[in-house]
Design a protein around this ligand. Structure first.
Ligand code: ADP
Ligand code: MG
Length: 724
C-alpha cells in the first residue's frame, strides 16, 4: 500500500469500524478496590497483631518487623493466587517518567518435578532487577550495576489484570547497592518526612499539643488526546515521538470553543466508562471526566489522596489509560503538544499538606486560630516559590513541555503565585503594618476577620498563573501531561520544609519577646512577605508587560526552555536545599541533572532524525509525484494548444526545493557532536536544531496545502482531530 492509500484506507477503516464490545458495568460496591490488597483486605486475612503492625506502618510510616513482613507476604500470595495471579512484580519508578517492572513467577519445582508456589517475606521486601539499563546519571559504574527494589508498604499492592492472566504488583522504591535513590519514590517519601519534621516544629511553637504526622496530598487532573489508531499507524511521528512533526492547520480548529465541556462523543464515553471501571477495581477514585479545550482532547481527574499513593496511582492511571484506549481503537497521546496551533495537554497538580489533628493546613478554616496556622503555611509556600522558582521550573522541564509553557495557552515559564484578591490584600496589609492585633477582655481579636469568611469556592480562577491558590490547596498548573507527579511534589514539599524551618527559627525568637502569639506571627509574616512578596502576582501571566515586569522589576527568572531550566539543579542554593532537608544528596541531585539532560537531548535528537527521514521519504516523493502529474497534464494540454496555469507547479517546486535545502542544513547540524558541556549541547538543540526543524516543517506544511489531497500521504489535522 502506498502512503496516500494508507491514509485513505485509515479513513475507510474508521468510518466502517464496529464498536468495541465491553462487559456490562457492575455496581461500584462490587468492584471498588476489588483488586487491591488494602487495609480492609488485610484485616480479613491477617491475625489481629499482624494487622495492627501493618496498619501502623501504613498510616504512620513506622518500620515493619521481619516477622510481620513474612506473615503479610504469605497472606498477599494467597490472596493474589485466589485471584488467578501466577506472577508477582515489584513496580518501581525510575528517573524517566515511566513505570518499570520485573515479573517473577510464584512457581518453584521440587525434585519430583512437581510445582509448588513460594513467596516469602524476603521476596516481598526485596527484588533485584538488573539496574544497569535504567538511567542513573553517573551514580553507578556498569561494573557495579546492581540495583535493588524494596517494598513500600505504605502504597497498597494490587492485581494487574490482562485478558488471560493476572500479576500481583508491589509498589517499590529503587536504589543502587550503595543506597542512593535511583527513582522518583524515595525522594518523595523523604520530602514528606522533611516537611513533617519542620511542620511539627512550627505547630508546636504555635501551641498545638496533639500533632499527628503530617502528609502531603495530591489530586492530579490529567489531560490527554485520543486519535484513532488507524491514523496513528500512518504517522511515524505520532508513533515514535508522540506528536506531529508536520501538519498544516485544519480550517476548523478550536476557534469555535465548541469542544470544551461539550457532549462527549459516544465512542469516547464508552471508552471512558470502561477505563474507569478498571480504575475503580484498582482503588483509584476517578471523579470527573470531560472534554477539554481542543478537539479530540479530554480530561480525567481522580479524587485527591496521600501524595505517595496518588503518585503511584497517577502512574498506574497513565498505563491503564493507554491500554484501554488501545482496546477501543485509539492511540492515547500524553504528549504536551501533539498538534501545533491548538492547545496542548497538562497535568494540574493540586497539592496541600495536613494531618489528622490539625486538618488541612492550607485551609483558612473557621477560627482565628486556624487562620494563623494557615497564614504561616501559606506564607511558607510563597517564600518557597520566590526562592526556588527556577527549581520548580526545572521540575517540569522536558523537551515536550517546552512547547506548551509560555505559548499563551498554558502558564508562562516564569514562576509566580496567584493568591486571589482577598488573600493578596491581606498579605499586603501585613507588609504595610496595617494588620494589627488587639487584645480585648482576654479574648484575642486577631483583626483577621476578613479571612474568616474566606471564599472557598475558587470562582475567580486565574488560568494564566502557573501556581495558584484555589481555596484550600495550591494548583501547580504547569506540569506536563506525560510527567510523573513525583518531581513537582518533591520540590513543593521540600521548599515548604525549608520555609517552615525558617519560620520556626524566626517565630521562636519573636515569641520570646512578643506580647502575644498573634503579634509574633504577624512580625514573622511581615518579614517574609517583605522579602518574598515579589513572587505574588494576580494579573495576566500571558501579557508581555508581566514578562518585562517579572524579570526587570521583580528579579524573577524567565526560563523558556529545558536547556535554560535544568542548570538550576546545579545551583548552590538548590544543593543546599536538598542536602539540609535530607531529600537528595549532592550526588543524587547531580545524577538527576545528568539523567534529565540526557532525556532532553535524546528526545530532540530523535525528533530531528524523524523530521529528516519523513521529509525525504514521505513528503518529497508526494510532492514529486504531484509535480510530474502536473507536468504531464501541462504537456497534454500543450498538444491541444491549451495553456494551463502553472502557478501551483511553480509553488510546489519552490517549496520542495526550500524544504530540501532546510533538510540539508538540519542534517549537517545534526553531525555536530563537539560540545564543551551538557549545558552547551542542550542550548544548541533548543536553538539551532529546533529552529531548523521548524524551517523544514514550514515548507512541508505549505506543500500539504498545495499537493492534491488524494496524493497526500500523512493523515491530516482535520482528520485526526475530528474523525472518530
Ligand atoms: P478544577 O477543574 O475545577 O480545577 P477538579 O475537580 O477537576 O477541579 O480537580 C480538582 C482536583 O483537586 C481533584 O483531583 C481534587 O480531588 C483535588 N483536591 C481537592 N481538594 C484538595 C486538597 N485539599 N488537596 C489536594 N488536592 C485536592
Ligand atoms: Mg482544572
Amino acid at each position: 500500500m502506498s502512503g496516500n492509500e494508507s491514509r485513505l484506507q485509515a479513513i475507510y477503516q474508521i468510518t466502517n469500524r464496529k464498536a468495541t464490545s465491553v462487559a456490562q458495568p457492575e455496581p461500584l460496591s462490587k468492584i471498588w478496590a476489588s483488586d487491591v490488597f488494602n487495609l480492609a483486605t488485610m484485616e480479613q486475612c491477617l491475625s489481629k497483631s499482624a494487622f495492627k503492625a501493618i496498619k501502623k506502618t501504613v498510616q504512620t510510616g513506622a518500620p515493619l518487623d521481619a516477622a510481620t513482613a513474612e506473615v503479610v507476604a504469605v497472606a498477599m500470595k494467597e490472596w493474589a493466587m485466589g485471584k488467578g495471579a501466577k506472577f508477582f512484580s515489584h513496580i518501581f519508578y525510575p528517573m524517566t517518567n515511566v513505570s518499570a517492572e520485573k515479573h517473577d513467577a510464584f512457581i518453584v519445582t521440587n525434585s519430583d518435578g512437581n510445582a509448588i508456589t513460594e513467596f516469602s517475606g524476603s521476596l516481598l521486601i526485596k527484588g533485584e532487577p538488573d539496574g544497569s539499563s535504567f538511567p542513573n546519571g553517573s551514580i553507578r559504574m556498569t561494573n557495579a550495576a546492581r540495583g535493588y527494589t524494596a517494598w513500600d508498604p505504605t502504597s497498597p499492592a494490587y492485581i494487574m489484570q490482562t485478558e488471560n492472566g493476572a500479576t500481583l504488583t508491589i509498589p517499590s522504591v529503587f536504589m543502587s547497592w550503595t543506597g542512593e535513590a535511583l527513582d522518583k519514590k524515595i525522594p518523595l517519601l523523604r520530602s514528606n518526612a522533611a516537611m513533617n519534621k519542620a511542620a511539627q516544629k512550627v505547630l508546636s511553637l504555635m501551641g498545638e499539643t496533639d500533632i499527628a504526622p503530617l502528609n502531603s496530598s495530591c489530586g492530579a487532573e490529567q489531560e490527554y488526546f485520543l486519535v484513532d489508531a488507524n491514523f496513528a499507524a500512518a504517522r511515524p511521528d505520532l508513533l515514535l515521538a508522540g506528536r506531529t512533526l508536520f501538519g498544516a492547520p485544519s480550517a476548523k480548529g478550536q476557534q469555535f470553543d465548541d469542544h470544551y465541556f461539550g457532549a462527549i462523543p459516544q465512542r469516547v464515553q464508552v471508552f471512558m466508562q470502561d477505563f474507569e471501571e478498571q480504575l475503580y477495581r484498582l482503588g483509584i477514585p476517578a471523579k470527573t471526566h470531560h472534554n477539554e479545550v481542543a478537539p479530540g482532547q479530554f480530561e480525567i481527574a481522580p479524587y485527591f489522596e496521600a501524595a505517595n499513593v496518588a503518585a503511584d496511582h497517577q502512574q498506574l492511571l497513565m498505563t491503564v489509560l493507554k491500554n484501554s484506549a488501545k482496546k477501543h481503537g485509539f492511540l492515547c497521546l500524553l504528549h504536551e503538544k501533539p498538534f501545533a496551533g491548538i492547545n496542548g495537554s497538562g497535568k494540574h497538580v493540586n497539592w496541600s499538606v495536613g494531618n489528622a489533628t490539625q486538618g488541612n493546613l492550607l485551609d483558612p478554616g473557621d477560627t482565628p486560630h486556624d487562620n494563623l496556622n494557615f497564614l504561616l503555611f501559606c506564607g511558607a509556600v510563597i517564600r518557597g516559590v520566590h526562592l526556588f522558582g527556577p527549581l520548580l521550573r526545572a521540575a517540569i522541564a522536558t523537551a515536550s513541555n517546552d512547547h506548551r509553557l509560555g505559548a499563551n495557552e498554558a502558564p508562562p515559564a516564569i514562576m509566580s503565585v496567584y493568591l486571589g484578591d482577598q488573600l493578596e490584600k491581606l498579605y499586603k496589609d501585613i507588609k504595610e503594618g496595617k494588620l494589627t492585633v488587639t487584645q480585648t477582655g482576654g479574648e484575642m481579636d486577631l483583626g483577621l476577620s476578613q479571612i474568616l469568611n474566606f471564599k472557598r469556592d475558587p470562582g475567580d480562577r486565574n488560568r494564566t498563573s502557573p501556581f495558584a491558590f484555589t481555596g484550600n490547596r495550591f494548583e501547580f498548573r504547569a506540569v506536563g501531561s506525560g510527567q510523573s507527579v513525583s518531581g513537582p511534589l518533591v520540590v513543593m514539599n521540600t521548599m515548604l520544609a525549608d520555609s517552615l524551618a525558617w519560620i520556626a527559627e524566626k517565630l521562636e525568637a519573636e515569641l520570646a519577646t512578643a506580647s502575644c502569639k498573634a503579634d509574633a506571627v504577624i512580625a514573622v509574616l511581615k518579614e517574609l512577605i517583605t522579602e518574598h512578596g515579589n513572587a505574588v502576582f494576580g494579573g495576566d501571566g500571558y501579557s508581555t508587560d508581566w514578562h518585562t515586569m517579572a524579570v526587570e522589576e521583580r528579579g524573577l527568572k524567565n526560563l523558556p526552555t529545558t536547556a535554560d531550566a535544568l542548570p538550576s539543579l546545579r545551583e548552590e542554593s538548590v544543593k543546599k536545599l536538598f542536602s539540609t532537608t535530607g531529600v537528595l544528596s549532592p550526588v543524587e541531585l547531580e545524577s538527576r541533572f545528568e539523567v534529565y539532560s540526557e532525556q532532553y537531548i535524546l528526545a530532540i535528537e530523535l525528533e530531528a532524525k524523524l523530521v529528516v527521514e519523513m521529509a525525504k521519504s514521505i513528503i518529497y516523493p508526494a510532492a514529486i509525484t504531484y509535480l510530474s502529474e502536473l507536468a504531464a497534464a501541462g504537456g497534454s494540454m500543450a498538444e491541444l494548444n491549451i495553456e494551463l496555469d502553472n502557478s501551483v507547479a511553480a509553488t510546489v517546486a519552490a517549496e520542495t526545493n526550500a524544504m530540501m535545502a532546510a533538510v540539508s542544513k538540519l542534517s549537517a547540524a545534526m553531525k555536530q557532536h563537539d560540545f564543551a558541556s551538557t549545558e552547551e549541547h542542550m542550548q544548541f538543540l533548543a536553538k539551532d536544531i529546533r529552529g531548523l526543524m521548524d524551517e523544514v516543517r514550514l515548507h512541508a506544511d505549505a506543500l500539504e496545502c498545495e499537493v492534491a489531497d488524494e496524493l497526500w500521504p500523512l493523515p491530516k489535522y482535520r482528520e485526526m482531530l475530528f474523525i472518530k
